[in-house]
Design a protein around this ligand. Sequence first.
Ligand code: DSN
Length: 479
Amino acid sequence: MSSPNAESTAFRSALEVIRAVEPRVADAIGTELADQRESLKLIASENYASPATLLAMGNWFSDKYAEGTVGRRFYAGCQNVDTVEALAAEHARELFGAPHAYVQPHSGIDANLVAFWAILADRVEAPALKKAQARQVNDLTEADWFALRRELGNQRMLGMSLDAGGHLTHGFRPNISGKMFDQRSYGTDPATGLIDYDKVAEAAREFKPLILVAGYSAYPRKVNFRIMREIADSVGATFMVDMAHFAGLVAGKVFTGDFDPVPHAHIVTTTTHKSLRGPRGGMVLCQPELADQVDRGCPMVLGGPLPHVMAAKAVALAEARRPDFADYAQRIVANAQALAEGLLRRGATLVTGGTDNHLAIIDVTSYGLTGRQAEQALLDSGIVTNRNSVPQDPNGAWYTSGIRIGTPALTTRGLGTAEMDQTAELIHTVLSQTGPGANADGTPSKAKYVLDPAVADKVSRQAAELLTGFPLYPMVDLT
Ligand code: DSN
């Protein structure tokens, strides 16, 4: 552990150096910290990285090109990049018990693209090359190449529907994945809001996807990955899990056995900055048979690796291997459940009636609001959330009917279950005192809202007060 003095000196020096070149950037960095300090950050996908993780990103690794993988680069002089990439991958393998880890993806979308191409290469391209007795695609005849490209573009994916909590990159039309794959989605049971595994199996039998995707960005429950793998196996699909949201809960051994995706999936993707609390970035874990294809991620679908971010991934993954990370992961869930219970007790409606992970979805139609109105009213009151669809959402993906809340960030700050109850009170106060607004012509608006500024000010002050006992990056003095 470094000393707070060393951290303080490092951040102060960094800001001074930046200020000497472009003071407005130094000011914006300072203002960002001030803003984050003052608001209740409940965005389920955000967190606060450690000083060591943040500082590992600001250095001369940023200057290095390192296409390729450890020991097999397209540039000379990559020995130090090899060191940090190998370290990050080793920490990832050990932390998650994965046979192979690829730590180059710059984001979750990139990690998913690497996985999609690895699966297509393994399941479609490799057999076509074998059949044509070609070593690589350049050896194919024009006719064989044309046929292979058609085949690559004609594959099926089955993933969770967006309004049930799935992710845009799991085959939805506005995303490249929806243009690459013929996609069908499975939803949740309208009565319980839970995944109905029999329905998933039925959809898989009918659709026969090449890839079955599990994982979510807005589903407040555990997923049984053993059952999902059985479904994938029953139709010969490759089973992929996007654990970006709950990677920290897997790392912290909150999700084990059937609920740990790593032993069950052929391939697992994640971001490193959400509940895992690392730098902004992505990562792929996979079984040995997909490792070679995954390692071709750059330059197949990724630009040059970011060695400074891989250095920070190595630091954050080392932190996640410490025993106190498991305690952190347990507290994330305890806090999410306390927040959910606090809201339910005050009369809120939650999708699935609660949570057993790090997030909950408030159905704000019971307050007479759209997600967009609720999001803005909460923001005015110092509570940062994001609007989100609910299953079968009547307000569509732009206005939505839900508010997604998550506890990884506030748990990092040290808030506990008592503070979650106070947070529930603040959220309920704002939502119950906000009304829908009208357009200039008097018609109802899905965006405008009415909230007495005095209420917003009072709640903002209460939120700031709640946070005073839990300083954020206390080693940085902005005065
Ligand atoms: N943007 C992330 C989230 O907020 O869930 C997922 O991509």
